[in-house]
Ligand binder design. Structure first.
Ligand SMILES: O=P(O)(O)O[C@H]1O[C@H](CO)[C@@H](O)[C@H]1O
Ligand SMILES: O=c1cc[nH]c(=O)[nH]1
Length: 238
């Protein structure tokens, strides 16, 4: 049991899929895993452990924003000996060259966030995915003939803002999309020497204001979920 996760030691698998939304975690557990156990529901941030194609995997939420994923990913890595976290999130496209439901594999996350600096003394404003998960995702997508775009993204603390347009940091690092967690996840993994990747489904196109519904954000993300699960098989030993 850690401060924010009620699971006992050993009840969380070494590989974890981490959506922001607790109900997306439940949807994955209900629809993709067998022999599922709910191992934590502290603060209604659900964690489930079950089998995918006979291999043990956990799925649990990060909540929204760098502070929240900072807490959950740190406790998973340090208290539950998790090796690999694959964030499976939604994002807003900064460009109409992206389409709703496109799947992105995050190469680097750029952020104005002070999380990495004040948590770990990492001064960089852009942090790479950690370990080899990013590459395995692309190999797995190729085997599945599934389209995935490798890209830099912007991790922002801000969902609603006064000024339209692409923020300066996103322009600077050619970020095609925005979400709110990858930078902190990558910072924790870098500090701890762990694996971390982020897959995102485009849920909004910011310039055209197209968007998918709240129900779709919870449930219509199957290609990304299947890609994450198939990638995870590569990392699960038992
Ligand atoms: O769909 P999730 O994983 O929550 O990701 C995105 O959606 C939330 C905002 O609606 C933020 O957490 C952002 O990063
Ligand atoms: O963080 C996010 C996620 C989805 N869409 C956005 O515009 N921002």
């Amino acid at each position: 049991m850690s401060v924010h996760i009620a699971a006992k030691k050993g009840e969380i698998a070494k590989t974890v899929l981490q959506p922001g939304d607790p109900l997306r975690a439940k949807y994955i557990a209900d629809n993709f895993l067998n022999e599922v156990r709910l191992v934590s529901k502290t603060r209604n941030i659900y964690y489930f452990t079950g089998l995918y194609k006979g291999k043990e995997i956990s799925v649990g939420a990060s909540g929204m924003g760098a502070p929240s994923i900072g807490i959950y990913s740190y406790e998973l890595y340090t208290e539950y000996n998790v090796d690999t976290i694959i964030r499976i999130g939604t994002c807003g496209g900064y460009t109409s060259e992206l389409n709703l439901f496109d799947v992105l594999n995050v190469e680097n996350a750029a952020s104005e966030s002070t999380y990495a600096k004040f948590a770990w003394g990492i001064e960089d404003e852009i942090i790479e995915n950690q370990g080899n998960v990013f590459g395995v995702i692309n190999e797995t997508a190729a085997k599945l003939s599934q389209a995935v775009k490798s890209t830099n993204i912007h991790t922002s603390d801000i969902f609603y803002r006064a000024t339209p347009g692409t923020p300066a940091i996103a322009e600077k690092y050619n970020c095609t999309a925005v979400e709110m967690e990858a930078f902190a996840l990558f910072a924790n993994a870098k500090h701890l020497g762990k694996n971390a990747a982020t897959l995102l489904t485009v849920s909004d196109i910011i310039p055209t204001q197209e968007q998918i519904s709240a129900d779709q954000r919870e449930q219509a993300l199957t290609p990304m979920i299947e890609l994450a699960l198939e990638t995870a098989l590569h990392f699960i030993k038992t």
